[in-house]
Design a protein around this ligand. Structure first.
Ligand SMILES: Nc1ncnc2c1ncn2[C@@H]1O[C@H](COP(=O)(O)OP(=O)(O)OP(=O)(O)O)[C@@H](O)[C@H]1O
Ligand SMILES: [Mg+2]
Length: 301
């Protein structure tokens, strides 16, 4: 079952087009990693999904509802963690959750404190919380209405490795409870640790949406990082792309990376470099990471 189905989303801020025909499909019960560079449009998309902002064009169905036609975002029962959640520093964790739950029954708050690992800290003031504890409290706040879908905007980005591990563990637990989670991040290691599907946005467009397992399989192909002593002419690089066994070539500032079908391709690549008199500072072989796929999409193949 689809939890989110988005087609051709467009969002403008004045004359600037932040989303430019974005498509997105999220299945119920999965953890969907939404990745992209700063300014790519992640928060803009998530605000629209949560019913907090309206697109200029496009279809946007969330949990069976057309969010472009909502009159009140509260009609959508989803949990939303903003990029930078704010709390009253003088309230305790428990008071914060009671306050945010308003007139609703508060019986569920004990569960939330337990799930988020804040039971022992429930009577401490939030002002003294670490960033990781604040993020967990923010996720707790998103859980107050017991939503099926959680939209978490960069829950782990500002945290140290321990805080990140705690938040990632909580996200996995929430999935085990049957929830669907969309989580934006630019920490690709986090995506590799928890996500089922990865969607990559660049300049307001979805570049790809793939199961993590498929991405990892695709990245099983070896990479050669080549740093030439001086820059290589573009037509030579184009010729290298055509060598048998070369899958793609990505250029960075001073170096370029070749993805190949197997390690043996390095022989013909080195032969080609020698033939064209290209002096090399370094040539190294390594395994691909999600980071490479990211750069490949952003910089073109
Ligand atoms: N309210 C706004 N007014 C004008 N421009 C905006 C507004 N909100 C976002 N933008 C612009 O839209 C683009 C997308 O912003 P968005 O915040 O969605 O990116 P993001 O992927 O969440 O980035 P980050 O990783 O930095 O959080 C950016 O260029 C941003 O400057
Ligand atoms: Mg953002």
């Amino acid at each position: 079952m689809q939890m989110i189905s988005v087609k051709g989303l467009v969002k403008d801020f004045g004359s600037f087009r932040a989303l430019n025909g974005l498509d997105m499909q999220v299945k119920a019960g999965e953890i969907y990693g939404f990745i992209g560079q700063n300014g790519a449009g992640k928060t803009t998309t998530m605000n629209i999904l949560a019913g907090l902002s309206r697109p200029a064009q496009g279809e946007c169905n969330v949990n069976g509802r057309d969010v472009t036609k909502l009159t009140h975002p509260g009609d959508l029962n989803i949990g939303y963690l903003p990029e930078d959640p704010k709390f009253y520093p003088w309230m305790t964790a428990q008071e914060t959750l009671v306050y945010l739950s308003g007139v609703r029954k508060t019986g569920h708050i004990g569960d939330i404190l337990r799930w988020t690992g804040l039971m022992e800290a429930q009577d401490r003031r939030v002002g003294g919380f670490s960033r990781g504890m604040k993020q967990r409290l923010g996720i707790g706040a998103a859980l107050i209405r017991n939503p099926q879908l959680l939209i978490l905007d960069e829950p782990s980005s500002a945290l140290d490795p321990e805080g990140r591990s705690e938040v990632l563990h909580l996200i996995k637990e929430l999935k085990n409870m049957g929830k669907t989670i969309v989580v934006s991040t630019h920490i690709l290691d986090d995506v590799e640790r928890v996500c089922d599907t990865v969607g990559m946005i660049n300049a307001g467009k979805m570049m790809f949406e793939k199961p993590l397992a498929q991405l990892q399989k695709e990245s099983a192909q070896p990479l050669f990082d080549i740093t030439p002593v001086s820059s290589v002419r573009p037509e030579i690089l184009d010729e290298m792309k055509m060598l048998p066994g070369v899958v793609s070539l990505t250029k960075t500032a001073k170096a370029f990376t070749i993805k190949a079908v197997d390690k043996e391709v390095s022989v013909s690549v080195m032969g080609f470099l020698a033939e064209h008199g290209i002096v090399i500072e370094s040539f190294s072989l390594r395994k691909a990471r999600l980071e490479d796929l990211f750069l490949q999409e952003v910089n073109g193949k």
